[in-house]
Design a protein around this ligand. Structure first.
Ligand code: PLP
Length: 385
């Protein structure tokens, strides 16, 4: 099998398993317990928080562990919007880009449905970029929070986050970015990015599924979504997933340390893969930004064939990839990301996404590109028969 679906998830790294193991076994204490075992769990948790904070360039108290990227996005969008409106009743709008992950889009829709907010959807251009001007047009004195993702999960386009955050700051609107796909590949220093909030997920980085984190700048108020015993400074009640937090922190630290070297290597391999696919399948159309894209991301539309059929043909040839985002799996609707970029719905239904793991090598990517051409020919010949 050649696994080219790393934006969906990644295997757990051995170093991560080793780091979390003690907290699943001997050091199994509850961090809230007052005995020695609890204190050691608490120490493990706080060391993990400090490790995450070091990568983000923030204070440990600004890091909240969550159950993953989805919860981090919900807490940022809903939590900041609700707190901001509670402080200033005029702030009853939220701004999100048209290509956000459902964790952000549905959070905004839920604010509209349950709490009477208005949602301003910021458009993207044909390569999936939000311009600072487009964001500036969408935010104002009524906006409670703006949320624009760092890098898109379907097409890999990277947003100009510092410029977008500055446009938001100019009208005193807290800026959140979903960095779930960016982590491990792009710089995460929150002060350099200028963001007030940033979401992360463990399983895209070599940690297990079900753990993530949200950075929120200390000065920004957040309404908690989960009430209870007041863990995580009251922002996220519930007994902490200590082993998960340790795993997440280890994976993030390792990925960030390897980041520049692996990103350069992978971008070279990805460009060769894109070049080979485009040469072998002249009909194929690369989607997303030609250069400002995640190093492991290559997504195409194959006009006139169904993306799902290409996927099945690829799987028969041992290549695992996806037709869009894993989160939209099971849906036969065209991708909201591609249609927002101006791609016709019938073309959007032909999308296939390849997201390369950091361990990819040139030989297997050549084989994968050849398999893409064979799969495309197989599906196209069926269609014309
Ligand atoms: N945001 C983006 C951009 C994603 O790609 C994903 C997962 O695919 C999520 C959020 C959700 O993260 P999780 O699976 O940890 O809930």
């Amino acid at each position: 099998m050649i696994y080219l679906d790393s934006a969906a998830t990644t295997p757990v790294r051995l170093e991560v398993l080793e780091a979390m193991w003690p907290y699943l076994t001997g050091e199994f204490g509850n961090p809230s317990s007052h005995h020695e075992l609890g204190a050691r769990a608490q120490e493990g948790l706080e060391a993990a928080r400090a490790e995450v904070a070091a990568v983000l360039g923030c204070r440990p108290s600004e890091v909240t562990f969550t159950s993953g990227g989805t919860e981090a996005d919900n807490l940022a969008v809903k939590g900041i919007a609700l707190a901001r409106r509670a402080a200033d009743s005029r702030r009853n709008r939220v701004a999100v880009s048209a290509i956000e992950h459902p964790a952000v889009l549905e959070s905004a829709r839920s604010l509209a449905r349950l709490h009477g907010f208005q949602v301003d959807v910021v458009p993207v251009d044909s390569v999936g970029r939000v311009t600072p001007e487009a964001l500036a047009d969408a935010v104002g004195p009524q906006t409670a929070v703006a949320s624009i993702m760092y890098a898109n999960n379907e097409v890999g386009t990277v947003q100009p986050v510092p410029e977008l955050a500055a446009a938001s700051r100019a009208v005193r609107v807290p800026f959140h970015t979903d960095a779930v796909q960016a982590a491990g590949w792009l710089p995460l220093d929150v002060r350099a990015l200028g963001v007030e909030a940033l979401s992360l997920s463990g399983h895209k980085l070599g940690a297990p599924k079900g753990v993530g984190a949200l950075f929120v700048a200390g000065r920004v108020a957040v309404e908690p979504l989960v009430d209870g015993g007041g863990q995580e400074r009251g922002l996220r009640s519930g007994t902490e997933n200590v082993a998960g937090a340790v795993a997440f922190a280890t994976a993030l630290r390792l990925a960030d340390a390897e980041r520049t070297t692996s990103a350069t290597r992978l971008a070279g391999l990805r460009d060769a893969f894109i070049g080979r696919v485009l040469a072998l399948v002249p009909d194929a159309m690369l989607t997303g930004h030609p250069t400002e894209r995640l190093p492991g991301s290559a997504s195409f539309c194959f006009p006139r064939v169904s993306g799902e059929s290409v996927l099945l043909e690829l799987e028969r040839r041992g290549i695992v990839c996806s037709s869009g985002s894993a989160c939209a799996a099971g849906s036969s609707d065209p991708s909201h990301v591609l249609t927002a970029m101006g791609i016709a719905p019938v073309v959007a239904l032909t999308a296939v996404r390849f997201t390369l793991p950091g361990t990819a090598d040139a030989e297997e990517l050549d084989r994968a590109a050849d398999a893409v051409a064979q799969a495309y020919d197989a599906v196209a010949s069926l269609g014309t028969r």
